[in-house]
Design a protein around this ligand. Structure first.
Ligand code: KIV
Ligand code: ZN
Length: 516
């Protein structure tokens, strides 16, 4: 094979990041962007885990063209049948089934003998193959499994029809050197290994997920499972952007590339961050806001003289471009539409109207509206939950020695408008309490963060937050030049999401008794 297959699991393992839950429309939007990014496989979800997840996988399978669409299934008949139902309409469906092979999992968690695990894995791979020509099998906790037993299971499931074998470093335990020898061992000890693609799935508990994945590639693995921004269970998975850019930048070492269009990387990272509500740390490799910033004088001097003195990748190779079209308060609807289209947004006339109204409001306050501002407006304006409750007025007063006080007017689903007033520890707290007294949805604010989208005193503030209600989390975002307004709009958006989930009867997803 002449390239590494990029298997993106942002929508499955990535969504297992605490607080990263996405609704079906958001998953579809991310899946479409992953297709534009050029990943080979999208793992769209774990269909048996909840009716929501089933629907999301089915929707993606029907709608997204190009990549293979995979669904996850435990090695159980009911999981595999449900997974097939969800992925069967894809252009190229794949069933990904898994079972642990480590003694620590088999004896403590599954209470299963090695023999039984092997025969169940074989039976379930056969069952999956009876539906689908593309079947991936993951020995879970493979890296802590006894090697000879692992190789025996791999040989048996390849015989049973598995087309990809995915070595899972479930707990992020292995080191790059050990990974290299484990993968070499597969090629040397498993006689039928040439009949399946070898894949790796590395977690980042010791910060070695990317290094382990690349080591596996050097040893002959030809598929890497990874996620945008390195999202995933606990410390996350190997980050897609780091793997792809390492293979690209160090072609001299790895000698093999991917099918990814790297110019889409930044856009995908921002979309995933916006929809999951999980910010990207500024110093994150490849996609952090500081990744291409040079602070020290000596570095700036070098880069100005010759870019390669301190830059190993071009910023534009990951999609970081400085637009020469600056929008401002005199820009019209046409200029806005053209710029948004250049940024990759396809807008209906109604979307354009709403975006234009927001743009005008911001342009009145800010001299120049940059691409990052436009992206914040789009995220804020077009990706909101249906507005069951609408905040139509908010006034706050605070200062020294005032008691922070907020008055809000909220339009109810009935069309009536209610006014409430509250005091708080600060203006945001007062506003949230006033909103609560109208909407009456008790919740816990788990995460609240605010950052400025661009530099300058007139910058847009982007607020991202997460609330928890009955064990389920909802995120909200808001952008405004006024921090309190941005905070209120983020809170309203999270509450509206919770109300929409409650009304749709999905506020408490039916989870299977064991998740991954
Ligand atoms: O980490 C893991 O073992 C997994 C498997 C389902 C591949 O996510
Ligand atoms: Zn995982």
């Amino acid at each position: 094979m002449d390239r590494v297959v990029i298997f993106d699991t942002t929508l499955r393992d990535g969504e297992q990041s605490p607080g990263a839950s996405l609704n079906s429309d958001e998953k579809l939007e991310i899946a479409r962007q992953l297709a534009r990014l050029g990943v080979d496989v999208i793992e769209a979800g774990f269909p048996i885990s909840s009716p929501d997840d089933f629907e999301a996988v089915r929707h993606i399978a029907r709608d997204v063209k190009g990549p293979i669409i995979a669904g996850l299934a435990r090695a159980r008949p009911e999981d595999i049948d449900r997974c097939w139902e969800a992925v069967r309409d894809a252009e190229r469906p794949c069933i990904h089934t898994f079972l642990s092979t480590s003694d620590i999992h088999l004896s403590h968690q599954f209470r299963m003998s090695r023999e039984r695990a092997l025969s169940e894995a074989v039976e379930m791979v056969k069952r999956a193959r009876s539906y689908c020509p593309d079947v991936e099998f993951s020995p879970m906790d493979a890296t802590r499994s006894e090697r000879d037993y692992l190789y025996e299971v791999v040989a048996a499931v390849v015989d049973a029809g598995a087309t990809t074998i995915n070595i899972a470093d479930t707990v992020g335990y292995i080191t790059p050197e050990e990974m290299y020898s484990l993968i070499r061992g597969l090629f040397e000890k498993v006689p039928n290994m040439d009949r399946a693609v070898v894949s790796v799935h590395c977690h980042n508990d010791l910060g070695m997920a990317v290094a382990n994945s690349l080591s596996a590639v050097r040893a002959g693995a030809r598929q890497v499972e990874c996620t945008i921004n390195g999202l995933g269970e606990r410390a996350g998975n190997a980050s897609l952007e780091e793997i792809v850019m390492a293979l690209n930048t160090r072609a001299d070492v790895y000698g093999i590339g991917t099918g990814v269009d790297t110019s889409q990387i930044l856009k995908t990272s921002r979309l995933v961050s916006a929809l999951t509500g999980i910010p990207v740390q500024p110093n994150k490799a490849v996609v952090g806001s500081n990744a291409f910033a040079h602070e020290s004088g000596i570095h700036q001097d070098g880069v100005l003289k010759e870019r390669t003195t301190y830059e190993i990748m071009r910023a534009d190779s990951v999609g970081l471009t400085a637009s020469n079209l600056v929008l401002g308060k005199h820009s019209g609807r046409h200029a806005l539409r053209v710029r948004l289209e250049e940024l990759g947004y396809t807008l209906t006339p109604e979307d354009l109207n709403r975006a234009f109204a927001r743009f005008k409001e911001i342009a009145d306050k800010k001299k120049e509206v940059a691409d990052r501002d436009l992206e914040a407006i789009m995220a804020d304006e077009l990706r909101q939950a249906p507005e069951t409750y609408h905040l139509q007025l908010m006034q706050v007063s605070c200062g020294e020695p005032l008691i922070p006080t907020a008055t809000v007017q909220i339009r109810l689903p009935s069309g009536d408008v209610r006014t409430a007033l509250s005091t708080g520890t600060g203006p945001v707290d007062a506003a949230y309490k006033a909103i609560d007294s109208v909407i009456g949805l008790p919740n816990r604010l788990e995460v609240y963060s605010v950052h400025s989208v661009t530099s300058g005193m007139d910058a847009l503030a982007e607020v991202s937050l997460r609330i928890e209600i009955d064990g389920r989390t909802y995120h909200g975002r808001g952008a405004d030049t006024d921090i309190v307004r941005a905070s209120a709009s983020a809170y309203m958006s999270a509450l509206n999401r919770a109300v929409a989930a409650r009304d749709a009867g999905t506020a408490r997803p039916m989870m299977v008794e064991a998740t991954v």
